[in-house]
Design a protein around this ligand. Structure first.
Ligand code: NAD
Length: 408
């Protein structure tokens, strides 16, 4: 028995979409009984069927036995409303990415659930403090940011809001361990650790498309460094339409030059793997990304239309800009205390973003280059490309002291 006051034996998941399904299986696989709520009964029914199918598939693959599959399935039951889940120790919410909707749900859960219950959100980007603020138990509210598919991806960002109690973080991390996850505690900021760094990385990748590179050139450079996939292959897997719809819903960001290629692809119905075409072409039933000259023409057309004079961009520049964008943002995340250590940042990138294990993670890679060298390269980029490249204060300090990010 755990010593923690928040021992988690029973849980509930709200939302039976992509993430809810994976999260339910993570819990059931770890021996936790799960009650499942969705306001759309059809989604719940489909979710239950999808979970059963995944377990049946695991049995066919010989990964688990029939008895184990039956036990795991048996731990998951649907629940009609919040009163039915009043006694759970933890709720993980995974409904649409909308602050008002999540606040309404947290308000209702707070009113019904037992006082010791922990309330978690799987939001990718919303402010956990704003969600916690609508409850009477902000010390028991946190983010549990799973990665898709949740039952397969190893990484779990445990997001600490301003008032989250240490014992609650501890209980969440212990649960992460039971689920076989690599749990990393992150502070509450836009994108937490992983997506905040990713944002700077994809901005560089997109910018290089406009300046002269082609998607396959950027991807090949990153893959030759050892990334599981380059940024544009990643967009094809995630779905280019997600960002497109999000920008539309938010009513902002659509005019940003950096997303004009994405916008054009989506207007053509090229959402990525799921539609057979995105930045690449996919034969029916295949996940093999095939180079598509139509996309190259589209990229060239968009960038010329925006007034760019294209130039050849080689692999060294692609690597330099993508990696240093990760390093500089990672250093800011460290100096702000969003991440507790450089090692935690590396764990996020190795387990959630396909960073090459042989390089140790972006922070370990930067340490291997040496801080003086990193600072020099950032200053050169700042001079040529603008002040967003200004080196993080921590990098300047470590360069002066001969220090390392791993010891900061
Ligand atoms: P989804 O659209 O696949 O599923 C959302 C589900 O929520 C639907 O089944 C819907 O019926 C249900 N729902 C909506 N309103 C509800 C309510 N009031 N009560 C109960 N259920 C309700 O969404 P998703 O992709 O699973 O994303 C869920 C959350 O996870 C979002 O906050 C998203 O940002 C986050 N997230 C998504 C990913 C990803 O790759 N998809 C990764 C990490 C985090």
């Amino acid at each position: 028995m755990s010593q923690n006051a928040y021992d988690i034996q029973r849980a509930a998941v709200i939302g039976a979409g992509t993430m809810g399904r994976g999260i339910v299986m993570c819990l059931a696989n770890a021996g936790v009984r799960v009650q499942w709520v969705d306001n759309n009964p059809q989604m719940l029914e489909q979710g239950m069927a999808a979970v059963a199918q995944t377990y049946a598939h695991s049995v066919r693959q010989g990964r688990i036995g029939e008895a184990e599959a039956a036990e795991r399935r048996g731990r998951v039951e649907s629940a009609a409303n919040y009163s039915a889940i009043r006694d759970v120790d933890l709720v993980i919410e995974a409904v649409y990415e909308n602050l008002e909707l999540k606040q309404t749900i947290f308000r209702e859960l707070d009113a019904v659930l037992k006082p010791s219950a922990i309330l978690a959100s799987n939001t990718s980007a919303l402010n956990i403090d704003a969600i916690a603020a609508v409850t009477q138990r902000p010390a028991q509210v946190l983010g549990l940011h799973f990665f898709s598919p949740a039952h397969i991806m190893k990484l779990l960002e445990v997001v600490r809001a301003a008032k989250t109690a240490p014992a609650v973080l501890q209980a969440a991390t212990a649960l992460g361990e039971r689920m076989g996850k690599v749990s990393v505690v992150a502070g509450n900021c836009q994108g937490f650790i992983g997506n905040r760094m990713l944002d700077t990385y994809v901005r560089e990748a997109r910018s290089m498309l406009l300046e002269g590179a082609l998607p396959s050139e950027v991807d090949e450079a990153m893959q030759s460094f050892g990334f599981a996939m380059g940024p544009f292959r990643m967009f094809d897997v995630v779905g280019i339409d997600l960002g497109w719809h999000a920008r539309e819903l938010a009513g902002k960001g659509q005019d940003d030059p950096l997303v004009q290629v994405d916008n054009r692809l989506c207007e053509l119905g090229r959402y990525g793997q799921k539609t057979g075409n995105g930045f690449y072409h996919y034969e029916p039933g295949s996940r093999q990304a095939e180079h598509d000259p139509e996309v190259d023409a589209l990229v060239v057309g968009v960038s010329r239309g925006l007034g760019y004079e294209r130039r050849a961009i080689g692999a060294p520049e692609i690597l330099e800009r993508c990696l240093l964008a990760l390093v500089n943002e990672g250093a800011k995340i460290l100096q702000e205390g969003i991440a507790e250590s450089a090692h935690d940042i590396d764990l996020v990138y190795l387990n959630g973003y396909g960073f090459p294990a042989a390089q140790g993670g972006p922070m370990a890679w930067a340490d291997a280059q040496g801080m003086a060298q990193i600072k020099k390269r950032l200053l050169a980029l700042e001079k040529n490309r603008g002040e967003h490249w200004h080196p993080a204060g921590l990098i300047g300090r470590l360069a002066a002291e001969g220090g390392r990010l791993s010891q900061a």
